[in-house]
Every structure is written in structure tokens, then in C-alpha cells.
Ligand binder design. Structure first.
Ligand code: PLP
Length: 492
């Protein structure tokens, strides 16, 4: 018995289903218009439409009013069958919500996304884990009592003496008594803000700005006043001056003058000095975040603003989380005339930093291990940055702009006008790639056409292929959106 051939619309639907299965149309991407499909298969529009309707019934495509047909997202699993593999991937659209940005981005650290470029993190292999493990063992063998120590006491004095030396190499003349170890810059900035502000106050920040800072401000009930920042010059001083003269009262400024996140911008020395003068004229306290300063690619480390601070009005925050040992979560603050208040606040919130980790870090600094390792780390980051930036320019559509930073691990990519990097992220996640879309770097809808890539991973053929995939998805997005009137573009 011979089976009768399938009706034409079912044959077309089967072919489209195979292409969807193949990944030719990633979830969320636009499918050919009905009349294009009809022309492709030499059928009339009604037959083509019937093929789409059949796939719609099978939940393989989605119809959007006035916009056409789109490849459907994979169905959400039933609650009873939740396993890591069956959970839906995080939704990029959730990043619109400021409250959940950080937690949504953290969720992207998912095994189903092999190429994770969304956080300001370097590959674990970049860090001197074996060397650090040896130091940890030696420290414990010599001072086993550190395990039972409640408060750091002498250990902290030894560490702050080593940090004073480090500060001197950066051009800062500090006293060891004015240095406070803390849990990364995150704690340092939070202490500084708690000390300087009250809920409802306004704090000036750069824009685009590190999303973690926006969330810290939000948690403390503070308003962010966003001041433009460019990859070339860093924070715009004319814009800051204008805001200070004409805007709401600003209590303090948080800035990242060395390899800013996300732009990678490095403020020139004269800009840093001018910023300090401007702040002094307006009675503005500066909170300087120098998290990336040790990751410079050139021959000289950039000088912190704190090096020119004669009044103790700059609260300087530094950290080893990017440049040496992410898991130690160790940083330090030089709070100038605010030091005692910051120490009191720390005592009432986190009490102190682990005596054991402080002791290991002191040894690492005294031995020169830190300086040697960070030199190797920054050379490797420089190579990865150059390779990544070149690949972006090779693979992304014409009109894409990047400015290679002179340090750090972050590449800011300005895609052609009209690009929607949040939509791109949703497609990229299904292709196993993540990045930070521009929208997360402001409380306003400002940078939707930009994205930030971490250059912390070794540059491999797989990474090159991932960037090529991003470039292709973006080109497709731009060419599809060109054909559709803006008013009918689907929402996120
Ligand atoms: C600009 C900036 N500041 C602070 C932090 C957090 O620093 P830490 O890990 O020392 O808390 C980050 C992390 O990405 C950052 O990009």
C-alpha cells in the first residue's frame, strides 16, 4: 500500500520545522514573510500561511500582530520536572528591571552557556592558584593559631604596612593607620556611601556605570545622577560642573578613573587633577574606585586621584579581586579624614576581614609575589583584549565601534544605531553565549545599542566563532528590522 503524499502546506511546514530544529532560525528570530515563503515554494499566500498556522499549533512558531511570524522559544518545563537542564534559560528581558539586574546577570553563570562574557571576570586559570595555595599552607603551618583568631589585631597592622608600601608605588603617601582592609571594593563603597549620605540624597556617578553600583545606591535609598563618561577621556568634567551648578544637590561622586567599567576609559592625569579641584570648589567628596588600576597594559600604572589629595577628602577604594585572588574578596580603603568613621561603620556591620586571609595577603605583598603575578596577568589580558577587539571588528556589522582600552578586562562595543543588544542577548543565550547588554549600565534607557564583553577568557577558536555568531545575529537583526516600520517592532 502506498501512502498518499502529504498536502503541500504540511510539506512546507515539515521543511521549516527541520530548519528550526537545525538552528537556522534561532528562537525569537523573524521568519520569512508569508509572501516570501509563498514565492520560495512556488505556492499561493494561503498555502504558505497554512504552513505557518500548522507550526503555530505545534508551538514551533509565534505570530505577532503586524510583525509576522517568529521562531518560538522552547517551552518552559513543568515545575515537577525541574532539573538544571530542563529549567528555562534566564530571560534577557528581566534585565530591564533595576532591582533584579545583578541577580539576573548572576543567573547567566549557567553550565548551558559555555561562552560566558557577561561579568567582569577573568578565567580562574589566569590567577596563581597553586602559588597562593602554597602560601596559604605555609602561613597556616607557621601560625596555626590564625584559625582560632577572632580579630585581626597584629595581622592587620602587618597587612596595612604592606599596603602602605603598595600605595607608595602608586604615588600615594598614606599612613598605615589610615588604611582599612575590607571585603572588596563592594564593601568599601558601601561603607563610604553609608557614611556620607542619607536616604533620598543624590550621588553623582558615571554613565554608562557599573550596574553593581546602581544596585548599591538603590539599596541605600540613594538617587543616581548620571554624568557622561567616554572611552577616551573618562568622566566629562564640563558635564559634571554643569550638573553641580544647575542640578540637584549632590552629596558625593563615585568614579572609576582607571579603566572604567564598562567603557574602559582612562582619565588623563590633568583630568584627575582638574576633577579634584572641581570637587574641592563644590565641597564634593570623591569616592575613587580603583578596582582595575593594576591591570594596565602599558609601562606605567595610572596614578590614582588620591595621590593629589591634600585635604583627605578622597575616599580611595582598591581591591585584589580582579588583579590577584578573586575568592579572597579582599580590598582596602584609604578614607583620609573619613577613616575613623568608616572603621566604626565596618565594626558595626562586618566587624573585620578574616585574619587568615589578611596574613596570607601580607606575605604575598612582602614577598613580591603580587607584583610578579599581576604583571603576568595584565600581559595576558592585554593580548586577549587585542584579539577580542580585532575579532569584533572583523565579525560585527559595519558601523560597529570599539575603542581598545589601555587596561582592565572589559571591551565596550557600540553597535550600529538601531541595534538592540538585549534582544541579541536572548538569541545569544540560546547559542550558548552571554554578554552584558548596554541597557544594564544606566537607570535610563540609554545604551540599548551597546554591549560589554569580558576579555578575561583566553582567545580561542571557539571564542572567535562565538563572536562571529554574535556578529551574524546582529546583522540579521538589523536587516530584518530595516524592513519593518518601527511602530510594529515587537517589544522585548
Ligand atoms: C567598577 C567596579 N567596582 C567594583 C567592583 C567590585 O569589586 P570587588 O570585587 O572588589 O568588590 C567591580 C566588579 O566588577 C567593578 O567593575
Amino acid at each position: 500500500m502506498t501512502s498518499s503524499p502529504l498536502p503541500r502546506y504540511q510539506q512546507i511546514a515539515a521543511e521549516l520545522a527541520a530548519q528550526l530544529e537545525n538552528g537556522d532560525y534561532p528562537p525569537g528570530s523573524r521568519l520569512p514573510a508569508v509572501r516570501q515563503l509563498a514565492a520560495r515554494y512556488g505556492v499561493n499566500n494561503l498555502t504558505a500561511l497554512a504552513a505557518y498556522r500548522l507550526l503555530e499549533q505545534q508551538h514551533q512558531v509565534e505570530a505577532r500582530p503586524r510583525a509576522g511570524f517568529f521562531a518560538a522559544w522552547p517551552p518552559s518545563p513543568q515545575p515537577a520536572s525541574h532539573t538544571a537542564a530542563s529549567l528555562p534559560l534566564p530571560s534577557a528581558a528581566a534585565l530591564v528591571d533595576l532591582h533584579s539586574r545583578m541577580s539576573t546577570l548572576l543567573l547567566l553563570a549557567d553550565d548551558r552557556i559555555p561562552l560566558q562574557l557577561h561579568m567582569a571576570e577573568a578565567a580562574p586559570a589566569l590567577y596563581p592558584s597553586a602559588e597562593l595555595a602554597r602560601r596559604l599552607q605555609q602561613t597556616l603551618a607557621r601560625q596555626p593559631e590564625l584559625i582560632g583568631a577572632h580579630l585581626p589585631g597584629n595581622t592587620q597592622r602587618r597587612l596595612t604596612a604592606a599596603l602602605q608600601q603598595l600605595a607608595q608605588q602608586r604615588g600615594m603617601a598614606l599612613s598605615a593607620d589610615g588604611i582599612l582592609p575590607c571585603h572588596g571594593i563592594t564593601e568599601g563603597i558601601s561603607l563610604a556611601l553609608r557614611h556620607l549620605t542619607r536616604p533620598g540624597d543624590t550621588v553623582a556617578v558615571e554613565t554608562p556605570v557599573y550596574f553593581g553600583l546602581l544596585q548599591t545606591l538603590q539599596g541605600l535609598g540613594l538617587k543616581a545622577l548620571e554624568i557622561p563618561c567616554t572611552p577616551d577621556q573618562g568622566l566629562s568634567l564640563p558635564a559634571l560642573e554643569f550638573a553641580l551648578r544647575h542640578g540637584p544637590a549632590v552629596r558625593c561622586l563615585v568614579c572609576v578613573p582607571n579603566f572604567q567599567n564598562p567603557t574602559g576609559g582612562l582619565m588623563p592625569d590633568e583630568g584627575k587633577r582638574a576633577l579634584l579641584q572641581l570637587a574641592r570648589r563644590h565641597g564634593l567628596t570623591l569616592i575613587e574606585d580603583d578596582v582595575f588600576g593594576d591591570l594596565y597594559y602599558g609601562s606605567e600604572r595610572p596614578t590614582p586621584i588620591k595621590a593629589w589629595d591634600r585635604d583627605g577628602e578622597v575616599i580611595y577604594c582598591s581591591s585584589f579581586t580582579k588583579s590577584y585572588a578573586p575568592s579572597f574578596r579582599l580590598g582596602w580603603i584609604a578614607g583620609g579624614r573619613h577613616h575613623a568613621a568608616l572603621a566604626r561603620l565596618q565594626a558595626s556591620s562586618t566587624l573585620a576581614v578574616s585574619p587568615l586571609l589578611q596574613a596570607v595577603l601580607a606575605e604575598v605583598l612582602e614577598s613580591g609575589d603580587y607584583q610578579r603575578s599581576s604583571q603576568r596577568i595584565r600581559q595576558q589580558l592585554a593580548a586577549q583584549m587585542h584579539a577580542t577587539a580585532d575579532a569584533v571588528l572583523r565579525h560585527f556589522p559595519k558601523g560597529t565601534r570599539v575603542r581598545k582600552p589601555q587596561g582592565g578586562m572589559l571591551l565596550w562595543v557600540e553597535c550600529p544605531e538601531g541595534s538592540d543588544s538585549t534582544r541579541l542577548l536572548q538569541q545569544a543565550l540560546h547559542a550558548g553565549i552571554s554578554f552584558a547588554p548596554g541597557l544594564v549600565f544606566s537607570a535610563e534607557p540609554r545604551f540599548g545599542h551597546c554591549l560589554r564583553l569580558s576579555c578575561g577568557q583566553p582567545f580561542t577558536p571557539a571564542l572567535d566563532a562565538a563572536l562571529a555568531t554574535l556578529g551574524r545575529l546582529l546583522s540579521r537583526q538589523l536587516s530584518q528590522d530595516k524592513d519593518v516600520p518601527a511602530a510594529s517592532l515587537p517589544p522585548l
